[in-house]
Design a binder for this molecule. Structure first.
Ligand code: NAP
Length: 466
């Protein structure tokens, strides 16, 4: 008879798919649960840390300090990293199920939502996802190029990702040089001719999704004036009611910050950031590439906290050559897992994956953005992952208790498929190379931006280029 699951004789083998914040917080909760647990963190890129490495803006080094906590988690006994292994391509979900008692999907939201307007795919129109991943050195986006020769750029959406994009466009390269921004991005930004950035929200100032610090920062740019039209701050009664709610203190503070900005005179800086509210893109127009954006004026309809944007029919045209849609991320499906395409998430109940009939799929769990959608800050994922792990641990008595091999079971499959898994020690080698490359440039690191370059640091540089 098998020993009880979760004991030293029969440890619970868990695969955590994804190495961003939610993956690390799930690993921590499992490894500190008091049960005998082995956690293998499986990551498709050779480098861990997900959006902290490839999403957090390079000029926000404090936020990247979350990695210090993840390094501590990675040192907990019974934690292993299997990076450069793509679940759904290199290893099937069913193969994982054969070698693990439970799988926690913490694979984030890698795709983006679409605007659904004509001209969206014109040259010069991009998703913020692509731009952010490109300037952060993500290998999948290494070959992208962004034509920064236009003087007028537009960012659609008023969340923190839009704020990041605006700052990167608005800052001088001297302000970015000492960050871990990818060199190819720094070179392209050095030649940028962008002078005017329009940051456009479909709803009003009271509904903007920025957090206070990020909004405030947009008013403190060294080389860019920030312009807010005071007329936009004449709020409707429903918005004023929203701001009265104690729980809505972030929006109330945002409006206060915007009022300060509106009262300020422009400072003659070389670039200008213009906040625009209550406008939606109707069409992107151009002969082969973006030349003009057609916008429609909106009005808000609905009761407080239920207000949505509705067209007034009044249109405006804006000449522009560069546009970023920053309207939220969406998860991508993995073969073998249920997927809610409308919301871009894995459907779950209390962190447990459920199938099309709403029945729980034993042993499969989700945490973070692939579970709840792209919301919250890094720390939000901690409670989310802890809640999922709580469900997982509660299920242990009902999980099949037969011993599972974990990574030892995957090794022959990976070898057969010529997949070079990157361990924690391997990652430390790559990491040290990146830090050393950054040193002469005065940067915290110069990231490798190609998978082959990262793998080239290992095995005496004799790794095949996959
Ligand atoms: P977000 O905060 O959800 O903002 C999305 C924005 O897009 C909203 O203004 C939304 O307006 C707008 N939008 C959505 N659909 C639209 C459409 N069809 N047309 C026009 N506008 C549309 O998303 P995000 O900026 O991608 O950020 C994702 C999460 O990461 C957030 O929780 C954010 O705080 C976090 N993050 C944090 C930091 C940081 O802490 N520094 C940095 C980056 C990201 P509506 O409100 O009208 O829907």
């Amino acid at each position: 008879m098998d020993a009880f699951l979760g004991t030293e004789r029969n440890p619970l083998q868990v695969a955590v798919v994804g190495s961003g914040p939610s993956g690390f917080y799930a690993a921590e909760a499992l490894l500190k649960s008091g049960q005998a647990v082995r956690v293998d963190m499986i990551e498709r890129l050779p480098a861990p840390y997900g959006l902290v490495r490839y999403g957090v803006a390079p000029d926000h080094p404090k936020l990247k300090e979350a990695i210090l906590a993840y390094q501590v988690i990675a040192q907990l006994p019974h934690f292993s990293l299997l990076a450069n292994v793509n679940v759904g391509r290199d290893i099937e979900v069913d193969e994982l199920r054969a070698h693990y008692h439970a799988i926690v999907f913490a694979c984030g939201a890698e795709a983006d939502r679409r605007l659904g307007v004509p001209g969206e795919d014109l040259a010069g129109s991009h998703t913020a996802t692509e731009f952010v991943a490109w300037y952060n050195g993500h290998p999948d986006y290494r070959e992208r190029s962004f034509d920064l020769s236009a003087e007028v750029a537009v960012v659609i959406g008023q969340g923190n990702v839009a704020a990041d994009v605006c700052r990167i466009l608005a800052k001088s390269v001297d302000e970015l040089r000492a960050t871990d921004i990818a060199q190819h991005a720094l070179d392209a930004l050095a030649a940028s001719r962008v002078r005017e950035i329009h940051l456009i929200g479909r709803r009003g100032p009271a509904q903007a999704k920025f957090t206070n610090k990020e909004l405030k920062e947009l008013g403190e740019l060294a080389c860019c004036d920030t312009q807010v039209d005071p007329r936009d701050l004449a709020l409707n009664a429903e918005s004023l009611a929203e701001l009265q709610s104690k729980a809505n203190y972030i929006s109330a503070k945002n409006v206060e910050i915007l009022r300060d900005l509106a009262a300020r005179a422009l400072g003659g800086r070389p670039r200008r950031l213009l906040f625009r509210f209550l406008e939606s893109p109707l069409e992107l127009v151009g002969a082969g590439r973006l030349e003009e954006l057609v916008l429609v004026r909106n009005r808000l309809e609905g009761s407080p906290f239920q207000q949505s944007a509705h067209s007034t029919g009044e249109t405006a045209r804006l000449r522009c050559g560069l546009l970023f849609r920053s309207i939220g991320y969406a998860g991508v499906p993995i073969p073998g897992c249920p997927f809610d395409a409308r919301q871009g998430i894995f459907p779950t109940r209390d962190g447990r994956l459920v199938d099309a009939t709403d029945a729980v799929i034993p042993g499969l769990y989700a945490a973070g953005w692939i579970k709840r959608g792209p919301s919250g800050i890094i720390g939000t994922n901690r409670a989310d992952s802890v809640a999922t792990v709580k469900s997982l641990l509660a299920d242990v008595p009902s999980l099949p208790s037969g011993a599972k091999a974990g990574s030892a079971g995957l090794a022959p499959l990976l070898a057969q498929r010529a997949v070079r898994a990157v361990s924690l020690d391997d990652w430390r080698v790559i990491d040290a190379h990146e830090v050393a490359r950054g040193e002469p440039l005065g940067k915290p690191r110069e990231k490798f931006t190609r998978v082959a370059e990262m793998l080239g640091c290992l095995d005496g540089g004799a790794v095949s280029q996959r």
